[in-house]
Design a protein around this ligand. Structure first.
Ligand code: LLP
Length: 417
């Protein structure tokens, strides 16, 4: 907190609000760069950087400026749709550093990815293998493939973002993987390249990921013994971030440590797919208090951001720290526990419960750790234009997505003749 209230790098948030309006996502270039460097430095320290590819999981935040920044830092990309493929290419990412995950790739998406020349398809079912072989055959190409295996490891995170259990729709069952690899190796238009595994998101404990790595490496060795040698091992993403002080995320090096220890002395290339840990703490959502309402049972602060802008609280009961920007010399209100809610017509439209704050109407609030799965999951519910996005770089604030206007929201619709 500087003399002009809360800042991102050298820019005051009240200036950003005045210039670009609210609600507004604000990202820090320096924080994005630092988060990427933590992965690079960890791999470098273990002597693994030369054979590692850090594929940013685009779904966490797909703004072109963010993709472009990571591309400039040398990142590859983990995509899950043809749309994300187009974004990465538009942002200057190289196709040969793209891995394509997802349980239901459309043939059209397979074609686009083959034509672009991506690094690898992370295939998630036996049926997808057959389809991909067929599509590649039609194009006269061989599709590079990894199988995403489901190691049946409990990632111990929110059930909606836990993906590595037997009951999950993701990946192929661990016990079937060997046979599916044999099939893949026999298909004419596929090229077996690697193996892939991702057990969940917002993981704070390195043990499940290390356990999954053990299982994956065991399978890699069995496959090699059977004559199927893999070039790369993709261990997915999942490292969590600190949302609240009493649940701190481990430093990147500590989280990756046990996993990387298992990879020392091997020859395969490595792929990682981090999303949240690269962008989550580098972004916040700036919002203004519209109305204070003191009901019989609760105090409400209705702000101009809502569940359509940041869905995580409504969807996962996620906790985001909310702080007052505190500039402009407004007289402080009386501290009291507030329900921080948006204007959307749903009781689930909250951004924070029971937050002790001293508020006045017109105050600016910052909802922290909102860089990942914030704007990327935003919608137009209630015909609300999606927020502006700004990237701060030192003392400059750049608009990286202008606010939508209402006319744009129904421009694709038409009435009956
Ligand atoms: N790779 C695959 C195959 C994934 O499914 C995911 C995330 C990642 C990588 C990146 O994981 P990360 O490093 O970000 O944990 N919307 C939820 C998170 C959904 C994660 C989906 N998959 C949230 O807001 O918490």
């Amino acid at each position: 907190m500087g003399p002009r209230g809360l800042q991102v790098e050298s820019v005051a948030l009240d200036e950003i609000a005045a210039r670009f309006g609210t609600p507004c996502y604000v990202y820090s270039r320096a924080a994005l760069t630092t988060a990427f460097a933590a992965y690079r430095d960890t791999l470098q320290a273990k002597g693994l950087l030369d054979r590692a590819l850090i594929c940013y999981a685009v779904k966490a935040n797909s703004n072109l400026a963010i993709l472009n920044l990571f591309a400039r830092l040398g990142a590859g990309f983990d995509i899950v749709s043809g749309g994300e493929l187009a974004r990465v290419l538009a942002a200057g990412g190289s196709a040969d550093k793209i891995v394509f995950s997802g349980v239901g790739k459309a043939r059209e998406e397979m074609r686009a990815a083959l034509e672009a020349g991506i690094h690898c398809f992370n295939v998630e079912s036996a049926s997808e293998l057959e389809q991909l072989d067929e599509v590649a055959g039609q194009l006269g190409r061989r599709a590079p493939v990894s199988l995403r295996v489901n190691p049946d490891v409990d990632a111990r995170t929110h059930p909606y973002i836990s993906t590595g259990l037997k009951t999950a729709k993701f990946g192929v069952a661990f016990d079937q993987a060997f046979e599916i690899y044999r099939r893949a190796a026999s298909l004419p238009h596929l090229q077996v390249k690697g193996i892939d595994c991702h057990i969940g998101s917002q993981l704070l404990d390195p043990a499940p990921a290390a356990e999954a790595a053990d299982k994956v490496l065991g399978l890699v060795d069995r496959l090699a013994a059977a004559g199927i040698a893999l070039e790369h091992i993709d261990l997915g993403g999942g490292l969590g971030i600190t949302y609240r002080a009493d649940e701190p995320a481990p430093p990147t090096a500590d989280y990756l440590g046990p996993m990387l220890a298992r990879l020392a002395g091997r020859k395969e290339k490595l792929v990682f797919e981090p999303g949240r840990s690269l962008v989550g703490n580098a972004g916040l959502l700036l919002t203004r208090v519209q109305v204070l309402k003191h009901g019989e049972a609760r105090h409400f602060a209705v702000v101009d951001a809502a569940m359509n802008d940041l869905m995580r609280p409504a969807l996962y009961d996620a906790w985001h720290e909310i702080v007052k920007v505190g500039a402009g010399g407004t007289a402080a209100g009386t501290p009291m526990p507030y329900e921080i809610v948006g204007p959307v017509c749903e009781s689930g439209d909250f951004l924070g419960h029971d937050r002790e704050l001293a508020l006045q109407e017109g105050d600016l609030l910052a909802i922290l750790s909102a860089g990942a799965y914030g704007m990327a999951m935003a919608s137009n519910y209630n015909t609300r234009p999606r927020a502006a996005e700004v990237m701060v770089d030192g003392d400059a604030a750049h608009l990286i997505r202008r606010r939508e206007n209402v006319a744009e929201l129904f421009a694709l619709e038409s009435v009956l003749p």
